[in-house]
Design a protein around this ligand. Structure first.
Ligand code: CAO
Length: 587
């Protein structure tokens, strides 16, 4: 068993980088490469992994501390470390630890980077031949003045095939130097690739999900007069994560360095190889992108969570895994709330809650089940169906006289409802589009070869719609009896569920109560509903004089996806004729 010091590895030019998250505590058993802490510089979010598997014996830093290369993070007790200790020396040399051998390696690495980068820059600025594949840009003269820069994926260490998780620009976009073009994500780091200069994006060839490596062409930038130089300057001052790739190369070159060297590099450094003078893949918060670490991003992606909608609770609003979990819980809870709520959903802001007790005494009573169900049903129909309501008056003077005498003759109480029901049935036969439903995908019309009509019944527990079957096969007296019987059982709450299903059309009769026209809501998936109001005596001009006539206000609402205005008007005109002329109704 041996204790191994864990130190902050080479994090490029950055120093005093804040620790924003501790992912382990003393006593935790960790695996090799497991992330221990999260650092965040201006441009990079970096996770520092464990150099070996073992037990965390001490932690010397806390959230908010500022660390630089070589800062002691803590100690890990590991048998592997003890066994490997002699071999690891070169690895330690690669780490940013104060080990004497470490510095030369770290320096060499930095120098390598610089020399490679200056080559790139020289190549970019002076000649295309000098530009190696890793060069991010290849300026060439543009016909319209300025330069055409070929933007490539910069050195992202020895990582190959890094997934693109976000594309931030498209062809034709004008970008400024340093503006993020796309975001890459390794398992440990999120990196943005900024534009090497100002110009217009052309030939953008990367899409989300593509896997990219150093040197892959991203796009060209047209009209960039300052080109690579323009981008190089600001990059120089930006913190550049350590070149893990090279670090790993170093590890590979040195047999003794073995794997232990790599973990001491911040994993963000997988975006390494970045220099002060090149457009670089920088990790971390990319402009308007949600502020979250790679682990959180991965977690969010697995759940299909859009991080832009999640509020971060971490330091400076950083989104952490718990925020994503909370968002998912809240989202899952919403549909139930929306279904139960009288408003909300469909992107429509809900009606704000009001504390009515501020204005006087109140009493809150839970809604009856039927009322809650019909609220949901009506709301759904109102929101989903484009309603049109067409009104007209039917002259029922003769019908009313007949209704009264027939009631006496038959001994059956004949209200207006069965007459209206029969008239509706005849109008539906004439206009079969009223006896249809739209398929759920809205792509076809389902024609029904039966004709059942429901009627709205007002009950103490709320509105129900019993359905009279095969109206076309029944006479007025039978319809009157069935309506009375169904209405009576509806009021007593004794309707069977099946007796409220299968309707092709609905009638809502408020004539017994009063009022004139109204806007009935289509009883989906039916396509139309007739509102009947109270018949009143009105003076009607017969061409010679005003005559007192009993006029019945009718309000026909229909689904405009299925029934157009002309058909709606034809239907209601036919209905008034049928109700106005008993002979037609008898046909
Ligand atoms: N014009 C004038 N008088 C009318 C009339 C009309 N349009 N409709 C009914 N009447 C009269 C009836 O003839 C009856 O009078 P008498 O007792 O003198 O004969 C009286 O009003 C009561 O009739 P009714 O309403 O009890 O009977 P009905 O068959 O016409 O209606 C029913 C039955 C179940 C439809 C009705 O009782 C009912 O519940 N209506 C409310 C429907 C409703 O709430 N719709 C709204 C749905 S959307 O929220």
């Amino acid at each position: 068993m041996a204790k191994l010091e864990i130190k902050v590895p080479d994090i490029g030019d950055s120093s005093d980088v804040p620790v924003i998250e501790l992912l382990v505590k003393v006593g935790d058993t960790v695996t090799r490469e497991q992330s221990l802490i999260v650092l965040e510089s201006e441009k990079a979010t970096m996770e520092v992994p464990a150099p070996e598997a073992g037990v965390i014996r001490s932690l010397s830093i806390k959230v908010g501390d500022k660390v630089s290369k070589g800062t002691l993070i803590g100690e890990i007790e590991t048998e592997a470390a003890a066994a490997a200790a002699p071999k690891v020396e070169p690895a330690a040399a690669k780490t940013p630890s104060p080990a004497p051998a470490g510095e030369p390696l770290a320096q060499a690495k930095t120098e390598d980077s610089r020399s490679e980068l200056s080559q790139r820059r020289d190549g970019g600025a002076k000649s295309a031949t000098a530009a190696p594949p890793s060069a991010p840009t290849q300026p060439s003269p543009a016909s319209g003045g300025g330069q055409i820069l070929e933007v490539k994926i910069p050195d992202i260490g020895d990582y190959q095939g890094v997934p693109v998780i976000e594309v931030l620009v498209k062809d034709g976009d004008t970008v400024t130097a340093e503006q993020a073009l796309l975001v890459l994500e390794t398992d440990k780091a999120t990196m943005e690739v900024p534009s090497p200069g100002a110009g217009v994006v052309q030939g953008f060839r990367i899409k989300v999900g593509d896997k990219v490596s150093k040197g892959d062409v991203v796009c060209t930038l047209q009209g960039s007069s300052s080109g690579a130089k323009e981008s190089a300057a600001p990059a120089a001052s930006s913190p550049s994560p350590a070149p893990a790739g090279e670090g790993r190369d170093g590890g590979a070159k040195s047999a003794t360095a073995a794997p232990s060297s790599a973990p001491t590099q911040p994993s963000t450094a997988s975006g390494g190889g970045l220099s002060e003078e090149t457009p670089q893949a920088s990790s971390g918060k990319p402009g308007e992108l949600p502020y979250a670490g790679p682990g959180t991003r991965k977690f969010a992606r697995e759940l299909g969570v859009d991080l832009t909608k999640v509020k971060g609770s971490g330091l400076r609003g950083r989104i952490v895994v718990e925020d994503v979990q909370g968002f998912v819980k809240q989202t899952l809870a919403q549909p139930a709330a929306v279904a139960a709520a009288p408003s909300g959903g469909s992107g429509i802001p809900p009606i704000p809650a009001v504390d009515f007790s501020l204005f006087g005494e109140i009493e809150t009573t839970p809604l009856a089940r039927i009322r809650k169900l019909s609220a949901t049903h009506l709301h759904r129909a109102w929101v989903n169906i484009p309603h049109v309501t067409q009104t007209d008056d039917a002259d029922i003077t003769e019908l009313e006289a007949f209704r009264k005498s027939a009631s006496e003759e038959t001994g059956t109480k004949l209200t207006l409802l069965p007459f209206v029901m029969k008239a509706v049935e005849k109008a539906m036969q004439a206009h079969p589009d009223f006896n249809t439903s739209l398929s759920p995908d809205g792509a076809s019309l389902i024609k029904k070869k039966y004709l059942h009509i429901g009627f709205a019944a007002d009950t103490p527990n709320g509105l129900v719609v019993p359905v009279v079957r095969d109206v076309d096969k029944k006479g007025i007296v039978q319809l009157a009896n069935e309506c009375a019987e169904l209405a009576s059982r509806a009021r007593d709450g004794k309707l069977k569920p099946d007796e409220m299903k299968g309707g092709c059309f609905s009638i809502s009769s408020l004539g017994g109560i009063g009022g004139s026209y109204f806007t009935p809501i289509v009883n989906a998936p039916e396509v139309a509903i007739l509102g009947v109001s109270r018949g009143v005596m009105k003076p009607v001009w017969d061409g010679k004089a005003f005559q007192p006539r009993l006029m019945l206000p009718l309000s026909l609402s229909y689904d405009h996806r299925v029934i157009d205005g002309a058909l709606g008007a034809r239907f209601i005109v036919l209905l008034t004729r049928l109700l106005g002329d008993l002979r037609r109704l008898a046909l």
